[in-house]
Design a binder for this molecule. Sequence first.
Ligand code: HEC
Length: 146
Amino acid sequence: MRFATKAVIISLALSAGMAFAKEGVQDATVKARMDLMGNNALNAGILGGMASGKTGFDASAAAAAKAALIANATNIGAKFEPEVDDPVSEARPDIWMNWEGFLEKAKGLETAAGAIDVSSLEGIQAGMGAIGGACKACHSDFRAKK
Ligand code: HEC
């Protein structure tokens, strides 16, 4: 496997792990957007697991994960539009100061998830880099580590 793919899978696994650290969230709107992101991690993890050989290739599970990522990406705008904060939120104020830029990153995920070919293991391996890159592109501009 190419190193880049491995790195993406590792970082996705790490961010999936982080989702469990957010149990103290109080605000329902913030919780809903975190849940969307947790679902992103779950579905990227399903594709990443297949790409790395950790789990076997399963065309229908891969298609479902792809569909979930596309649906999540289209939903990011609605879930993040209300500007609310929570002590455990990692959302940066830049989201609402640069709303168009934030939506562009959501579109980037929609495009990458739409482009992945889930009909073969090779297709998944080839498309994972762009998906992981789309997550990272938004996180590095709009998500803070607290
Ligand atoms: C358009 C921007 C954007 C994209 C694209 C994006 N994220 Fe996020 N993500 C965020 C922001 C902002 C937060 C912080 C939300 C908060 O804490 O209020 C976040 C938080 C998370 C969290 C932590 C959730 C929690 O419970 O605290 C995980 C896990 C995550 N993202 C995974 C992913 C994965 C995997 C992808 C790609 C498949 C992805 N994200 C794509 C913006 C994005």
